[in-house]
Design a protein around this ligand. Structure first.
Ligand SMILES: [Zn+2]
Length: 97
């Protein structure tokens, strides 16, 4: 998968560029992002260490995504409970008798 990205979108201040792709020179804000880029964009040129870093970064990314999904589900359950209890409270007040 290749997405066209302009130079303006890639511009990262030099002080904030701890990592750079050795193949295409693209700057990254972290080693983890660079490892993901290497594994996705240059899989045929990866060394064993870069491949291992890619696998580690992918697992960390999957863990972060899982935690994000848990938070979203928790927020939806909380919102649902809030509406159900609000409805019950209003229905109890307005019930005849
Ligand atoms: Zn690259």
């Amino acid at each position: 998968m290749s997405v066209a990205v302009s130079e303006r979108d890639l511009r990262v201040p030099d002080a904030e560029t701890p990592a750079r792709c050795p193949h295409c020179g693209r700057p990254f804000r972290s080693e983890r992002l660079r490892a993901l880029h290497l594994g996705e964009s240059h899989p045929e040129r990866c060394s064993a260490d870069e491949r291992a870093a890619y696998e580690t970064a992918r697992e960390a990314e999957a863990d972060d995504l899982f935690v994000y999904h848990l938070k979203v589900v928790g927020a939806l359950v909380g919102l649902y409970a809030f509406f159900v209890f609000s409805y019950m409270a209003v229905a109890a007040v307005q019930a005849p008798g």
